[in-house]
Design a protein around this ligand. Sequence first.
Ligand code: SF4
Length: 416
Amino acid sequence: MHDLGLDLMGALHGEKAFIGPEHVVVDITNRCNTNCIACWTYSPLLRDKAAPVSWKRQEIPGDAAHRLMDDLAVLGTRRVRFTGGGDPILHPQFYSLIRRIKSRGMRALVTTNMIKADTEKFAEAGIDEITASLWASNPTTYSRLHPNQGPATFSRITRVLEELRQTARPPVMTLANVINRMNFHEMEEMYEYAIDLGVHAVYFTLVDPVQGATEGLMLTDEERHFGLQAIERIQARQKSLGESAPLLDNVGEFTGRLSNQEATNGFYDAGRIDELPCTIGWNFCRILADGDVVPCCRAVMLPLGNIIERPFKEIWFALKYNEFREKALKLKKDDPYFEEVQCYRMCDNLMHNRQFADRLDGLGDPGRGALQTRLRGYLDAAKEPPPEPGTVAEKGSLPPPDRDGSEPPAREEGAA
Ligand code: SF4
């Protein structure tokens, strides 16, 4: 079971982790069966910037992937999401891995294009959440955005989503839409499609372009303005439906990006990133199809170890990971360390950092004091000096390490 106080305590320390990541995203395969128009690796617009064939064949071997699930469960991970470079369902052991996650008491989530989705296999494996990445509300738009798929694929996916809703234990379903110049005009129809399907939520995000290849898909100022108005109309529709309405997942980040004046250049989160401490190193990580462990969704060029070579636990608690945690927490993201991450373009983990900050704020002074006391206890037991001032405390989220910790220990798990 994940102890929610321990990840907060790690941020208080400023470098170390005291428990494994709560959420883990695993790119189990880079193989894919479609070519979404804005895909970073398979879009037909990429031409010479497309990923090499050797990359497209990468896949975490089944035994290593199963072992990883066991290791994560021991470290306290609560949610494992299969997503990433290719379509997870194409991994030959996809359903077996879902069963392994479930048997270890974690939640199993997948982000998929749904082309190979099978209602019975999903139901039998006990998948908890499915994010269907469709980018369209109808067969015509769908096939324009997935040039190697015909309209019939959309109809089949619709049927599978309807079937999944009828299963004995329906998964939580979200429709994901990457908004770009080819589909921004039908955001309201996407929401109506979600209503018709009876899914749990709709997720909108803006296209993150590949420089020199897919910039033409970015919205103009006028189109972003249209998008903001569409969201207002969708929210009015949502309100009119009451509790049965699909949620708008993470809509605040989406409208924030639509409103950002720098969005036309693809720097959607410039001006917002440095306002929030980056605490992603304490509750999240991503594992790529070649086994590399990277600390956030964007940090694919910042590997901190490889699970084929070393157990995940060793990587997660190593000095190299501590270095990332400290730098992500303390440094502005224009520091050269983050050059390859390009945080200002779009931080896909902004909501995680925001949730973490909210949990810290929610502790209040007594909870923070108790956490401080708990940290001292850990450091005393390990005979380590307390951390230097200058961690998350100085960013206003937690008290400094020498603050009086005499309050009685609180159950910070509940407060978090
Ligand atoms: S993109 Fe940058 S700010 Fe966002 S989680 Fe990664 S390192 Fe932190």
